[in-house]
Design a protein around this ligand. Structure first.
Ligand code: BGC
Length: 245
């Protein structure tokens, strides 16, 4: 059994748990701390350090990060402080914790977890698209079980604006949209995406996936669609899986 600390860095919170990578279960209960504002590297590193200390953790750490991540480097910063661009995420958190850190895009992490333990379990044929509706919109695509990393479908243009500024879970909250109003926006977004990619299955994740029953009736697309099963824990579990590799 390999135990790894998984961390999910989000726009509002940073969550972590010690994950049994064979089962996807948490060995110790997850802990959530607020994302510092401004969310600069030094401030975020202190929070990740606090999480490692909380779990008395000295082993490997996997980090799901809400940006494009290539070879540990952050390339974008839609919902975190711009000073992250160009920073080495693995270096920043590795120095703070003294642990070996592997970083990847947060939606890629959530997707990996859903494909291994959740709604995509056992699907190793065809095209599966995982979308996470949270502070932003994250996306991950799996072709015959293989991840195409750093797909950025949250920033497609919808009605002249960034799609995630119109259909993320955050927008529902800040604009106080009803389930119907928001559900229709999500539906428009999904229609656009399915016409670009023609996936065989869409897994809808993010915290709101647990409320799928509330807006399911407004979703009317061609593609088979299911809510994610690991809810808010997918990002943590997937980050741990990535650090295993
Ligand atoms: C970022 C993605 C991220 C998503 C969810 C988007 O704004 O560009 O990289 O996966 O938010 O956090």
């Amino acid at each position: 059994m390999a135990e790894i600390m998984g961390v999910d860095v989000g726009g509002s919170g940073i969550k972590a748990a010690i994950v049994d990578t064979d089962t996807g279960e948490f060995i110790k209960d997850r802990k959530k701390l607020d994302t510092p504002r401004p969310s600069k590297p030094e401030a975020m590193a202190l929070v990740v350090k606090e999480l490692a200390t909380h779990f008395d953790w000295h082993g490997k750490i996997g980090v799901g990060f809400p940006t494009v991540v290539k070879n540990g480097i952050c390339y974008t910063a839609a919902n975190i402080h711009k000073s992250w661009i160009g920073a080495n995420i693995e270096g920043v958190f590795g120095t703070a914790t003294g642990c070996l850190v592997k970083a990847l895009n947060d939606a890629d992490a959530a997707g990996m977890a859903e494909m291994k333990f959740g709604a995509g379990k056992g699907i190793d044929n065809g095209v599966v698209l995982v979308l996470t509706l949270g502070t932003g919109i994250g996306s991950a695509i799996f072709v015959n079980g293989q991840l195409l990393p750093n797909l950025e479908l949250g920033h497609l243009e919808m009605g002249g604006k960034d799609a995630e500024k119109q259909a993320s879970a955050n927008v529902k909250e800040t604009k106080k949209l009803t389930w119907k109003e928001w559900g229709k926006r999500v539906n428009d977004y999904l229609k656009m995406v399915e016409n670009l990619i023609y996936p065989d299955l869409i897994i809808l994740g993010g915290g709101v996936s647990s409320r799928y029953a509330k807006y399911q009736q407004f979703i009317n697309i061609r593609t088979r669609i299911v809510p994610a099963e690991l809810m808010n824990n997918a990002g943590i579990i997937g980050a741990a899986l990535a650090a295993l590799e």
